[in-house]
Design a protein around this ligand. Structure first.
Ligand SMILES: O=C(O)[C@H](O)COP(=O)(O)O
Length: 206
């Protein structure tokens, strides 16, 4: 039985393009983002991937990406479950600020800690640890049981909600997680073992 779990970060958003902290704000995809999402779908189609269910967040950039992937693989009407638990990390007071302006104001190191450390929350927002604390229970309760039953599952979500999941799947630690970057529109194709650990992982680049 293939226990297939595909994770896809949304395509480039309007605020990715403008280099703004986004978090729970809800900008749409750029033309490039739409193309990235379609391309992710095409790559999955080339691999012959089909899904039984899709999960996405409450935010439109992830929902649109999910829809575009499903259209490309010829499953436009697949059952899709949207939940706030898969939203991007809440960037709090940083949301809407330019990332370079933030570096100029608070320094490179502080901004890097906010963006990539495990447990330093941005002002008024969530650390990755906080994000793991909401993503992981949802994964365990709603997503993983389906994968273990043999359903082929797509999760279209966000840079940091997916970093939270990859941290758990790949067994990364608070020391190694800062090095993990997820590019827009690049699907990660996991197959799981019977004991829920990772049997294989493929990054569908290009
Ligand atoms: O919310 C955001 O600004 C981005 O989607 C992810 O941001 P990051 O690269 O700073 O984690």
């Amino acid at each position: 039985m293939d226990r297939l779990l595909v994770l896809a970060r949304h395509g480039q958003s309007e605020w990715n393009l403008k280099n703004l902290f986004t978090g729970w704000k809800d900008p749409g995809l750029t033309d490039l983002g739409i193309e990235e999402a379609r391309n992710a779908g095409r790559r999955l189609k080339e691999m012959g991937v089909q899904f039984d269910v899709a999960f996405t967040s409450d935010l439109s950039r992830a929902q649109r990406t999910c829809k575009l992937i499903l259209e490309e693989i010829g499953q436009p009407n697949l059952k899709t479950i949207a939940d706030q638990a898969l939203n991007e990390r809440d960037y709090g007071d940083l949301a809407g600020l330019n990332k370079d302006d933030a570096r100029a104001r608070w320094g490179e190191e502080q901004v890097h800690l906010w963006r990539r450390s495990y447990d330093v929350p941005p002002p008024g927002g969530e650390s990755l640890k906080d994000t793991v604390a909401r993503v992981l229970p949802y994964y365990i309760r709603d997503i993983l049981p389906r994968v273990m039953r043999g359903e082929r599952v797509l999760v279209a979500a966000h840079g940091n909600s997916l970093r939270a999941l990859v941290m758990v799947l790949d067994g990364l630690t608070s020391e190694t997680i800062p090095g993990l970057e997820l590019a827009t529109g690049i699907p990660l194709v996991y197959k799981l073992n019977e004991d829920t650990t990772v049997a294989s992982k493929k990054v569908l680049e290009g």
